[in-house]
Design a protein around this ligand. Structure first.
Ligand SMILES: [Zn+2]
Length: 61
């Protein structure tokens, strides 16, 4: 038997996440804190998630 879903937890709010099969490098949004997370690695169906730093640049002066 194989599972078609992957699980992980949000590094920010620790919400358990279940997502369809995805690949490393894809991004998803945490439904709880709305952060953008990137899949850094997948081990035995378990996701390693990393927060994507959103660079807010102020180009004005
Ligand atoms: Zn979260």
């Amino acid at each position: 038997m194989s599972t078609a879903v992957l699980t992980g937890s949000c590094p920010e709010c620790e919400t358990d996440l279940t997502v369809p099969e995805m690949v490393e490098g894809e991004t998803l949004s945490c439904p709880e804190c709305m952060l953008t997370l990137r899949i850094e690695g997948i081990t035995d169906g378990r996701l390693t998630l990393e927060m994507v730093e959103v660079q807010l640049r102020d180009w004005g002066q």
